[in-house]
Design a protein around this ligand. Structure first.
Ligand SMILES: Cc1ncc(COP(=O)(O)O)c(C=O)c1O
Length: 371
């Protein structure tokens, strides 16, 4: 097969006229910051995931940080899995906590409940459980021995049925390569009214929203209520209408996009079964994390790169990063073996059937050239 000139991305956002037209309407509406689009998005997203409340923020990273701050979780220990993105290990550090990084399970690469149990400390006040590549972490198993706070990291599970329902609070990501991308954005979902009411002003320096003040009538008549009070230390991480506009359009496309991602997953998993170890089935297929024998992993990445196919690894374990050294003076027997097999193959909504064929052709070629 002819090698293509253009690189096939491993992950990529995909939009079109719908996003462009909706953005034009928002821009012409004169309301660009947090306003009606954010309110609509929060409402529809909460309905989709079956949560009472939703708060749109600038990213999942800042969403997780805000939740810890609102809960007063600081100066303690926070458990998180080594197979994850830097967010889950660093947000505890922002709150003066130890980042207690634990091992993962070999099949789904999610947090290992037994390793959580072994590493619980008297001052462990939170566990961040990541639904890795959209596969639910076993939060039920953790609940059997731990009744503290669990933050469910749903950055990869937008939208896996049932995701966000096991943790005390869930945080979602709409970053550029996620299943519902908007560039950068996140959502906090929860059922606790008191925590919700605390979190909302914390997204804007402790100030209640301008939009809700404009929307509320004054003595029964429309009017701008200029006054506000601040009694909580807040930050600045609310989502704006320009971003929510893209999210709303992407949310409409989500079922079709996920169907397509599952189709890609199905083709790779069935047609490449001879060459790769397919990942555990995922409803969202945020990443298609195949495994290959470790002696082939880097060679295959380079071979595919020569064919203009971009791959990745989700993830290099967090305990391998210098920043995390002081928190990870222990063994990670599962992650250390399994991560060396990981290779994420291209999987996104912009891919076409012939792109899947192209990837599979060169993977077959790689292995047949070595037999
Ligand atoms: C597991 C996990 N948690 C959190 C995040 C952070 O999301 P955001 O980029 O929206 O801050 C990511 C991003 O990839 C992630 O993979």
């Amino acid at each position: 097969m002819k090698i293509r000139d253009k690189t096939l991305s491993v992950l990529q956002p995909h939009g079109g006229d719908e996003e462009v037209n909706a953005l034009r309407d928002t821009i012409e509406s004169g309301w660009w910051a947090k306003g009606p689009k954010v309110a609509q998005f929060e409402k529809e997203f909460a309905e989709m995931v079956g949560s009472k409340y939703a708060i749109a923020v600038t990213s999942a990273t800042h969403g997780q940080d805000l939740v810890l701050k609102a809960m007063g979780i600081k100066d303690c220990d926070i458990i998180n899995p080594t197979n994850s993105f830097m967010t889950t290990a660093v947000v505890p550090l922002w709150n003066n906590c130890t980042s207690n990084i634990v091992d993962v399970l070999p099949d789904n690469m999610c947090i290992d409940p037994e390793d959580v149990k072994r590493n619980l400390k008297p001052n462990t006040k939170a566990i961040i459980a990541v639904n890795q590549a959209g596969v639910p972490a076993d939060i039920d198993a953790i609940r059997e021995f731990y009744d503290g706070f669990i933050l469910e990291d749903c950055a990869h599970s937008c939208y896996t049925p049932g995701a966000g329902s096991k943790g005390d609070v869930a945080v979602w990501s709409f970053q550029a390569v996620k299943t519902m991308p908007c560039g950068d954005g996140g959502m906090i979902t929860l059922n606790d009214k008191e925590l919700y009411e605390k979190l909302v002003p914390m997204t804007w320096l402790g100030i209640s929203s301008t939009y809700s003040r404009v929307r509320n009538t004054h003595n029964g008549k429309p009017g701008y209520t200029w006054d506000y009070e601040v009694d909580t230390l807040g930050y600045k991480c609310y989502m704006i209408d320009i971003i929510a506009t893209i999210c709303l359009e992407q949310m409409k496309k989500l079922p079709k996009n996920l169907e397509w991602r599952r189709h890609i997953q199905h083709r790779y998993s069935t047609e490449l079964a001879e060459y790769i170890q397919p990942p555990v089935y995922s409803d969202t297929v945020q990443y298609y994390c195949a495994k290959v024998p470790p002696e082939h992993r880097n060679n295959l990445i380079n071979y595919l790169a020569d064919k203009n196919i971009h791959t990745s690894i989700h993830f290099k374990p967090l305990h391998k990063f210098k920043l995390m050294k002081e928190f990870t003076k222990r063994e990670y027997p599962v992650a250390d073996v399994e991560w060396q097999k990981l290779i994420s193959l291209p999987c996104h909504s912009a891919m076409k059937e012939e792109d899947i064929d192209y990837v599979m052709y060169w993977i077959r070629e790689y292995f047949s050239e070595r037999n």
